[in-house]
Design a binder for this molecule. Structure first.
Ligand code: ASP
Ligand code: MG
Length: 446
């Protein structure tokens, strides 16, 4: 069995939904199809919740009305026959009337989660109805019946497996199962979710739970690129990348995947194939446990980085200094991304500056604090277990004209991170593209 997940743009229009159906009906192989909400829907539903929280009932109802209309347009275009158009319209109406009732009565203390869950409930039901109209046999299964998180918001993998198996066994001849990404129940049995972008995670969790042979993530780009196409002209999609390298990239610009989503697939050794719904003949990118080649695979960058330097002669030959520093960040639940130390100073970076002022105040007694903002981390990912010297020389040669604020190398065999001014980012990405991928450009036949 395989798992196919389609993102919001893949189910965004009548035309793209038809394309999705084409893709899932192309092979006879049994499959579970995980769907996101129609693009823009989750944002609108969150906006509705925010209006409710602020007591803005009229604004909330107006948003519901606008979103409802967009679904009437979609269903009007998608279905061919009056009968199915009507069935879809009636279904959409029950969902939006349900939201209106919630707004008016405020009859739940879980309104946010119930409202945001409607996006995936709508998309899966509409796609399933369209399959029915197209005479394609499929079964819709509710993620709320098997996807559950514990009190730490961690999915209960064993439980998912225990629950989904009998559901699938009920109809052994069924080839296409449709279910919702993102949504789940919590330990109290209430509707919850796996956080924004969580549909990828759903796909990976289901893949692990059923021992799938492959997980396919269908989006609107040709897999992962070797560099950021928004800033660099000559990029190409990577054919193959290891989980370790992909995980390093996931935090950075490579927004194609929800970072956590790779863990269940990696742990269960299930390859993840990234494909483009709008260009299915492109091979896409396969993420596997072992990388086939050594050297640089891809470059990505993340903006909005702040560096904090703590300079203290008390650090010289002392122990326990870093522990005290880390405790301050832990207290304010602020993750540290990069870290470098010298004998008398430590520099670290954060992307969340919500508690920066308080953090700096608590760090002040440790030494002299210096803050730099508007920085970017450039991540060079690859398998550097061999030929380390060649890679670092090529990186520094490429970045000759650019001042580097911090370097992190050796934390893993799969990444070199460089902290630079955001102002220099485009130049750095382009210089690295030429310096590190010149050979691949000659070999690219994509
Ligand atoms: N619909 C959810 C979101 O927009 C989940 C997803 O698409 O992955 O965050
Ligand atoms: Mg997504």
């Amino acid at each position: 069995m395989i798992v196919l997940k389609f993102g919001g743009t893949s189910v965004g229009t009548a035309k793209s939904i038809q394309q999705v159906v084409e893709i899932i009906t192309q092979t006879e192989q049994p499959k579970i199809v995980v769907l996101s909400a129609v693009s823009g829907t989750t944002n609108s539903l969150i906006q509705i919740s925010n209006h409710i929280k602020k007591g803005e009932v009229d604004d909330a109802l107006l948003c519901v009305h606008q979103l409802h209309n967009s679904y009437l347009n979609l269903t009007g275009e998608l279905y061919k026959t009056p009968n199915y158009k009507e069935r879809a319209r009636a279904f959409v109406a029950t969902k939006f009337n349900g939201i209106k009732t919630l707004i008016e009565t405020k009859e739940s203390n879980n309104i946010d989660n119930i409202i945001v869950a409607q996006g995936e409930i709508l998309s899966t039901n509409l796609v399933q109805l369209f399959l029915e109209e197209s005479n394609v046999s499929s079964s819709l299964i509710s993620a709320l019946d098997f996807m559950e998180i514990d009190e730490n918001k961690e999915p209960k993998i064993n439980l998912i497996s225990k629950r989904i198996t009998p559901i699938l066994n009920q109809n052994l001849s069924q080839k296409i199962w449709i279910t919702q990404g993102f949504i789940c129940k919590n330990e109290l049995g209430e509707i919850s979710n796996l956080q924004r972008g969580g549909s990828d995670y759903t796909a990976s969790l289901i893949g692990a739970a059923i021992g799938a042979t492959e997980i396919q993530i269908w989006t609107d780009i040709d897999g992962m690129h070797n560099n950021d196409p928004r800033f660099v002209e000559n990029t190409f999609s990577i054919k193959e990348i290891s989980f370790d390298e992909a995980a390093e990239l996931a935090y950075f610009g490579a927004k194609i995947l929800h970072p956590q989503s790779l863990i269940p697939a990696k742990e269960n050794n299930i390859p993840v194939l990234l494909k483009n719904t709008f260009n299915p003949s492109s091979k896409g990118t396969i993420i596997k446990n072992k990388s086939v080649k050594s050297g640089v695979t891809a470059i990505a960058a993340k903006d909005g980085i702040t560096a904090i330097k703590i300079k203290s002669y008390r650090m010289l030959m002392a122990y326990g200094f870093l522990k005290k520093v880390f405790e301050v960040f832990e207290k304010y639940e602020t993750p540290i991304d990069m870290i470098t130390t010298s004998e008398v100073a430590v520099s670290l970076t954060v992307d969340n500056t919500l508690h920066l002022e308080k953090i700096v105040k608590e760090l002040n007694p440790f030494g002299k604090i210096e803050i730099n903002t508007n920085l970017s981390i450039v991540c060079v990912a690859g398998d550097f277990s061999q030929n380390k010297e060649g890679v670092s020389a090529a990186i520094f040669n490429s970045l000759k004209g650019i001042s580097i604020r911090m370097i992190s190398y050796g934390g893993s065999n799969y990444n070199v991170s460089l902290l630079i001014k955001t102002h220099d980012k485009t130049a750095a990405l382009n210089a690295l593209n030429i310096g590190l991928f010149a050979k691949q450009f000659e070999l690219q036949h994509y």
